[in-house]
Design a protein around this ligand. Structure first.
Ligand code: PAF
Length: 282
């Protein structure tokens, strides 16, 4: 595996290839990331993974400074997973001057759900991904489905800017108890870790209620929020949305499960000091 830190080196090396496959990450890699790497590996003639903790997508009070940097372990995991080129630019390399040109996604996508609770997050994500795409010029890029809204946003960005990149989603990997793998799971205390699976269980309970014919979405969402709150969580949202645009479905779009394939359940909640997100397509 070749490790490159500059855009010039990266471009020089990739000039020998026609179909780079790409997995962007912020490091602190777990099995979920490695599954994306293995998924991407056969899709290109060279596989590039980036590690860059992107300041632009963190709010001032968020965990940019403390976000786990696990360089040695990440390198050896990527080597074993088949990464060909690890692109790890410094902040100075990727943002040599203040990034005043930004990718601004439309408010109806960027200001809801994650974007509502983390204002500016998707501007930061879209801007860095656009920039990484410009560096790597991949033909295919793989993003985790755990970040459902992010994946949808990147797909739209690629479509609207006519970028010649196929964007694929990688299935969410889960711990044996059902907790979605996430770099932020490392923050959980043992007690919170035992409780953390309740987020995905809440989504499962909502899915079962839909399957059983519950049609009052607002009531379903409120009950899920109240149940998590009663267990000591601070939920931001537990919602039923349309998969296509993450908007609230019309009443006639919610039917017993057999016809609910256009819906997704999305949740974000804080347990202790750790904010977790998850989703479930129904
Ligand atoms: O999902 C992530 O790890 C980040 O949001 C990404 C896509 C690497 C951009 O910084």
């Amino acid at each position: 595996m070749l490790i490159v830190n500059t855009i010039a080196e990266l471009r020089q090396h990739l000039s020998a290839y026609k179909h780079p496959a790409f997995v962007p990450t912020m490091g602190n890699l777990h099995e979920g990331h490695l599954a994306l790497v293995r998924q991407a590996k056969p899709l290109g003639d060279v596989l590039v993974v980036s590690i860059f903790v992107n300041r632009l997508q963190f709010l001032p009070h968020e965990d940019f400074d403390t976000y786990p940097r696990t360089w040695e372990a990440d390198c050896s995991k990527l080597q074993d997973a088949g990464c060909d080129v690890l692109f790890a630019p410094s902040e100075q390399e990727l943002y040599p001057e203040p990034q005043t040109f930004l990718v601004q996604p439309p408010a109806e996508l960027a200001d809801i759900l994650e974007g509502h609770f983390r204002p500016g997050f998707f501007v930061g994500v879209c801007t860095v991904v656009m920039k990484l795409f410009a560096c790597v010029q991949p033909r295919v890029a793989v993003f985790g489905q755990k970040d459902y809204q992010q994946l949808m946003m990147i797909r739209r960005m690629v479509r609207q800017f006519s970028l010649p990149i196929a964007v694929l989603g990688g299935a969410t990997l889960r711990a044996p108890d059902g907790l979605a793998l996430s770099s932020r799971n490392n923050y959980l205390s043992p007690v919170d870790r035992a409780e953390a699976v309740q987020l995905s269980q809440s989504l499962n309970t909502m899915a079962q209620a839909l399957r059983a014919g519950a049609l009052d979405i607002a009531a379903l969402e409120q009950r899920a929020m109240a149940d998590l709150t009663a267990r000591g969580w601070q939920p931001d949202y537990l919602v039923v949305r349309r998969r296509a645009d993450l908007q609230v479905p019309r009443a006639d779009e919610v039917t017993p499960l057999a016809q609910n394939e256009d819906l997704v359940l999305l949740g974000a909640a804080r347990i202790g000091n750790t904010r977790l997100i998850d989703n479930l397509e129904v």
